[in-house]
Design a protein around this ligand. Structure first.
Ligand code: PLP
Length: 390
């Protein structure tokens, strides 16, 4: 029996994640220094873990409401209002999800009809294109360029809008480039969204991690945007909670209601222990976030300088925990660079095209690993470049 023919065509045709493919290889290698997977090297702060233990000890082992715990939804609304200047009603405009990943999937499935076009800036997080395809939409990548600091310009966006455009996905600070957006450019993008009646999914997962005193602005806070935005956020990055699988979406009730229909049948509710831990994170986690943020900033300063000293042009991103150096001077493709570096020097970084074709000529290095490890990795990268040139 050939099972292949039973796989749904849109799933069969999906490419596997370029990151996963690479890290399946990394997993087989010993003593590799990984600048690869995008997750904090910090364990979740202890007081958050304690809240989860307390929750379990008190027998909080049952389903929550489909939307999530009311206390968590209230806490989220206070947090989003304070930090992003957007007000949501905790009773009807927030849904707690299994990470931002589920929130992206719900939002897309709630609004897309087959063939609707979804715009997003690229290079981008690996799941965007496939998530659109799985929701039967058509992914439309808008390339961004190093010359523009990988910012999305309203001009480039406009050139890709068609009659079928329905959604714009934004992620600033950006994975993999670390790019952020100026208020002026965001305002131009917001005008385009209003003019073309686009829904905006704004993925704010790295918003706490900004540097050099840069302010983070959410497009949802700009005039006329709240009503057409789905604000997506979670706990994985800033609170170092990747394994807890907890995130949320805030949006006008008509949108959360539609998302809720899918969530209640597919997931039922997010993990109860994680929801209790998330309340503790929002209510008492600010100091821990700031400690980690400062450490990332310190590492960013080091790694950017080190790449530029090696002659590999590297922008200084003001957000997230990635650098995206240009490796074309080595004469290698991104894939040759990453696989060569792994094989010869046991350092893992992700080839840029894993984040879309415009990532060719770049590699992504995640600096959410200790400074000592980063220093050794940079020394090995220096040796690798010297050997390649010979
Ligand atoms: N969005 C972006 C831009 C990411 O980089 C990631 C994870 O790397 C996610 C969403 C997924 O986050 P979560 O762990 O909350 O599902």
């Amino acid at each position: 029996m050939t099972l292949k023919k039973h796989i749904a065509a849109h799933v069969r045709d999906l490419p596997k994640s370029g990151i996963r493919e690479f890290f399946d290889i990394v997993a087989q290698e010993k003593e590799v220094i990984s600048l690869g997977v995008g997750e904090p090297d910090f364990d979740t702060p202890w007081h958050i873990r304690e809240a989860a233990i307390y929750s379990l000890e008190h027998g909080r082992t049952h389903y929550t409401s489909n939307l999530g715990l009311p206390e968590l939804r209230s806490s989220i609304c206070r947090y989003v209002h304070k930090h992003f200047s957007v007000a949501y009603d905790p009773r009807t405009e927030v849904i707690i999800t299994v990470g931002v990943s589920e929130a992206i999937d719900l939002a897309l499935r709630a609004v897309l009809n087959p063939g609707d076009e979804v715009l997003y800036h690229e290079p981008c997080y690996v799941s965007y294109g496939p998530s659109v395809s799985m929701a039967h939409g058509k992914p439309v990548a808008v390339p961004t360029r190093a010359e523009d600091n990988f910012r999305l310009t309203a001009e480039a966006l406009k050139a890709h809008i068609t009659e079928r455009s329905k959604v714009l996905m934004l992620n600033f600070p950006c994975n993999p480039t670390g790019a952020t957006q100026t208020r002026a450019e965001l305002e131009k993008i917001a005008h385009l969204c209003i003019d073309h009646d686009l829904i905006v999914l704004t993925d704010e997962i790295y918003s706490e991690l900004t540097y050099d005193g840069a302010d983070h602005i959410s497009i949802a806070s700009l005039p006329g945007m709240r009503e057409r935005c789905v604000f997506l956020h979670g706990f994985s990055k800033a609170f170092a909670m990747t394994g807890w699988r907890i995130g949320y979406a805030c949006a006008p009730a008509i949108l959360t209601d539609a998302m809720m229909k899918i969530h209640q049948y597919a997931i039922l509710c997010a993990n109860t222990t994680s929801q209790d831990a998330a309340i503790e994170a929002l209510e008492h986690g600010a100091r821990g976030v700031e400690t980690m943020r400062r450490e990332y900033e310190h590492r960013r300063n080091y790694i950017v300088r080190a790449f530029n000293d090696l002659g590999l042009e590297c922008l200084k991103p003001v957000g997230a925990f990635y650098v995206f150096p240009k490796i074309t001077r080595t004469g290698l493709t991104s894939r040759e660079f990453s696989f060569g570096l792994l094989e010869k020097k046991k350092v893992a970084c992700v080839p840029g095209p894993a984040f879309g074709p415009s990532g060719e000529g770049f590699v992504r290095c995640c600096y959410a690993t200790s400074l000592d490890q980063i220093k050794i990795a940079m020394q090995r990268i220096g040796e690798f470049i010297t050997e390649v040139k010979k």
